[in-house]
Design a protein around this ligand. Structure first.
Ligand code: FES
Length: 77
């Protein structure tokens, strides 16, 4: 399922990025994919998907998401 229509980022991409250790926060996801940098409507769904993916990591994982809101209103497409 596409989470960010503007930047074509899927839930699968988010989960894979977390599993591969590339993404630990919404800020990381925004930096790597551009998610949330256009209209920002995807941010709640992205935050939820990211939280679920992070919660599925092994308990020993040092990864903890800060889930900070990207500054979508200040960015352009
Ligand atoms: S849907 Fe993600 S920035 Fe528009």
């Amino acid at each position: 399922m596409i989470i960010c229509v503007c930047k074509a980022v899927s839930d699968k991409t988010i989960r894979r990025s977390v599993e591969q250790g590339e993404v630990m926060s919404l800020r990381d996801l925004t930096r790597d994919t551009g998610l949330g940098t256009c209209c920002g409507k995807c941010v709640p769904a992205a935050r939820s998907t990211l939280a679920q993916a992070l919660s599925r990591l092994p308990a020993s994982s040092p990864m903890h998401g800060d889930l900070a809101m990207p500054m979508a209103a200040q960015m352009s497409c």
